[in-house]
Write a protein that binds this ligand. Structure first.
Ligand code: PAZ
Length: 304
C-alpha cells in the first residue's frame, strides 16, 4: 500500500518544466561531485484554490533567510542548489531591491555611470557574484506552488543522494501545511455569486519522512521551525527531531527571526542572538548560523 507521501506524488501532477529543470540539476550534480553541496529551500509556497488559478493561499516569507544563507554557504566553498519561490529574494541581487539599482546610477552626457558613493558596494556584490557564476557553483530552481516545491524537493534530493554525507539540506522555505488536492479543486475561478465561501484544506504529507529515510538518507539534514508562541518553539523543535531523526532544527519566532534563533539537537539547545547594535551595522544572523552549521557538518563528516 502507498504511504501518504507516495499517494501525493501519484495523484498531484508534476510541474510543466519539471523534466527541463531536472536536466539542469543532473548536469550541476555531475560537475560538483567532489565538493560539498547544499540544498537550500527559500520563500513561501502558494496553495492554489482553482486549477485555472486566480486565487491562492500564500504566506509571509520573503526569502531572506534562504538567500542570505546561500551567499555564506557559497563563500565557504559549497556548491548550492537554491530552491526558491519565484520572485522572492535571491542571493546577490537581494542587495539591489526595488529602486536601489536605479538610485545607484546616473546619466552624464548621455552615458549611464555608477554613482561614486555606490561603487564600492556594487563592486563587492558583483565580484562575489561573478566568482560564483564563473565557478558555476549556484543553481537556481524556482517554484511557485506547493506542488512545484514538493516535486522539485523530491527530484533534487534524489539526485543529491550521490553526494552521500557531503550533502547538506537547509530547509528554510515556509511550506504550507495545508492544501487542496487536485481532485478536490474546482476547474474555474470561484464565483462570489454563491455567497460566502467555505473551503476545506487537507494536511500536506510530512516530507521529512522520505527525505531522511529514503531520498537522501546520508545527508546532514536541517529543518527550520517557525512559531509565534515562544512556549511552543523548543518543544515543537524537539518533537520534529524525535519524529524525523534528522540532525538539527533551527527554531525562530516570527517577530524576532532576524535577531534570534535557537539551534536544537538531540543533546543540545543553543541560541544565536544578534544585538541591535550588530543589526544596525548591517550584521546578518545568517552568517553566524551558517558558520555554526558548517562546523557541525564538518564534524559529521569527520565522525563517519
Ligand atoms: O523567508 P524569511 O526570511 O522571511 O523567513 C524565514 C523563515 C521564518 C520562513 C524560516 O526561518 C523558517 O522558519 N522556515 C520554516 C517555517 C516552518 O515551516 O515552520
Amino acid at each position: 500500500m502507498s504511504s501518504h507521501w507516495q499517494t501525493f506524488y501519484e495523484t498531484q501532477a508534476k510541474p510543466d518544466n519539471y523534466d527541463e529543470q531536472m536536466k539542469l540539476v543532473r548536469s550541476f550534480v555531475q560537475s560538483h561531485l567532489d565538493q560539498k553541496v547544499a540544498l537550500i529551500s527559500s520563500g513561501g509556497t502558494t496553495v492554489p484554490m482553482e486549477h485555472n488559478t486566480v486565487r491562492f493561499v500564500d504566506n509571509f516569507s520573503a526569502g531572506t533567510r534562504g538567500s542570505v544563507s546561500t551567499e555564506y554557504f557559497l563563500e565557504n566553498g559549497y556548491a548550492v542548489v537554491f530552491l526558491y519561490r519565484w520572485k522572492s529574494l535571491e542571493p546577490y541581487s537581494r542587495h539591489l531591491q526595488g529602486s536601489q539599482i536605479l538610485d545607484s546610477l546616473d546619466v552624464i552626457q548621455g552615458d549611464v555611470i555608477v554613482k561614486e558613493e555606490s561603487k564600492s558596494k556594487l563592486l563587492q556584490i558583483i565580484t562575489k557574484y561573478q566568482k560564483v557564476e564563473n565557478e558555476n557553483r549556484l543553481l537556481r530552481v524556482p517554484f511557485t506552488s506547493l506542488f512545484d516545491y514538493l516535486w522539485f524537493l523530491r527530484g533534487i534530493c534524489t539526485e543529491l543522494a550521490a553526494f552521500g554525507p557531503k550533502c547538506l539540506l537547509y530547509l528554510a522555505a515556509a511550506v504550507s501545511d495545508f492544501y487542496i488536492p487536485s481532485e478536490q479543486m474546482v476547474e474555474h475561478k470561484i464565483q462570489s455569486g454563491g455567497g460566502p465561501l467555505s473551503i476545506t484544506l487537507q494536511l500536506v504529507p510530512k516530507m521529512l519522512v522520505p527525505v531522511t529515510t529514503s531520498w537522501v538518507p546520508h545527508a546532514y539534514v536541517i529543518s527550520f521551525k517557525l512559531e509565534t508562541d515562544e512556549n511552543l518553539l523548543v518543544q515543537k523543535a524537539r518533537k520534529a527531531l524525535d519524529t524525523y531523526k534528522h540532525k538539527l532544527v533551527i527554531g525562530n519566532m516570527l517577530q524576532t527571526r532576524k535577531s534570534r534563533v535557537v539551534l536544537v539537537t538531540q543533546t543540545e539547545e543553543k541560541e544565536i542572538i544578534l544585538s541591535s547594535e550588530e543589526l544596525k551595522k548591517g550584521g546578518e544572523i545568517e552568517q553566524r548560523i551558517v558558520e555554526d552549521v558548517i562546523r557541525r557538518h564538518e564534524q559529521y563528516l569527520a565522525d563517519r
